[in-house]
Design a protein around this ligand. Sequence first.
Ligand code: NAD
Ligand code: UDP
Length: 343
Amino acid sequence: LEFKLSRFETSVSRRYPEVKFLNYLTRKRILITGGAGFVGSHLVDRLMFEGHEVIVVDNFLTGRKRNVDHWIGHENFELIHHDIVNPLFIEVDEIYHLASPASPPHYMQNPVKTIKTNTVGTINMLGLARRVNAKILIASTSEIYGDPDIHPQPETYWGHVNPIGPRACYDEGKRVAETLTYAYAKQENMRVRVARIFNTYGPRMHMNDGRVVSNFILQALKGEVITVYGSGEQTRSFQYVSDLVDGLIALMNSNYSQPVNLGNPVEHTINEFATIIKELVDDRSKISHLAEVEDDPQRRRPDITRAKTYLNWEPKVPLNVGLQKTVDYFKKELQRFNYSPRA
Ligand code: NAD
Ligand code: UDP
């Protein structure tokens, strides 16, 4: 038999980033749901570098193959196209359950699918963890605190969520995901972890996910007006993605089973944030105020005492450093689509 390269192949074997070698006693089989998304793909990189076997399950609703393309074909890596609303039967030691749309425009586009993913999908992943006795970490969110009336938010705060508002599909979906997690843990004696993730940014964020970080950077790069919704006096605290990945792994490896906030406690108003982006990207940018968004949380900042105490974790990357890396990424993305940033 004669094998010839098809015109789609450039070489017979690919080159991969270097990974550590772990023996079978220390190497784990780790499932990452939503591993082709923004956060998931960075977690994939870290666990691959550490030498584990990583299985990504994703339906590519908001993620994309390109985020994990550099591992496809690697003997420690597997990519499964699957929607977690349907059950999954595989053998794993640990599950990082991240699958869910995450930006407000994305989850509002299909609220029913968002609820199904966070409820039925989470039941499927908890069921899988129970069957194979795997440890499971659920990616929850600061949104479970809603528009908080306690500031900063500690994990003991029960939240202030509108159950029928435009954000409810996500907020309530994640609240049920947490409830399910602790119900399974109690009834089935399972090992569970819950990360309440605050606003996170970095390379591989979607260009068009409508979040404030991607919107403002792209607007400034393209010479468009920076759009502040409402007064701009609402606040957020922004965490760089590598800090989050450190926190997720520390939480999974800890013995702590209660929810843990993972976020950067440095808080900015959206007006301040617009000015930071303008100064970083292009000082000629104009800032304008549009109508306010319904049910927009007015203040958000994590109390990270728990993460410091139980995980010995705190964020390390300053905003200007993380933002510069993100701006560089978006510049390259624009060039990919033949759009030259304003000179
Ligand atoms: P993302 O949209 O980039 O990634 C989510 C991934 O899940 C995508 O790859 C998507 O295709 C996949 N997915 C969605 N529904 C699915 C389904 N039914 N079956 C299989 N795959 C599915 O979002 P992200 O920012 O990487 O967020 C990851 C997780 O972290 C989410 O659970 C999100 O709620 C949580 N989180 C993120 C932030 C943040 O600021 N990025 C903040 C709080 C919580
Ligand atoms: N926001 C804004 N302009 C934009 C996008 C978002 O002023 O172009 C505001 C939004 O109203 C909110 C904050 O920025 O107050 C963060 O929004 P994002 O969608 O990034 O995340 P959220 O924390 O609301 O989930």
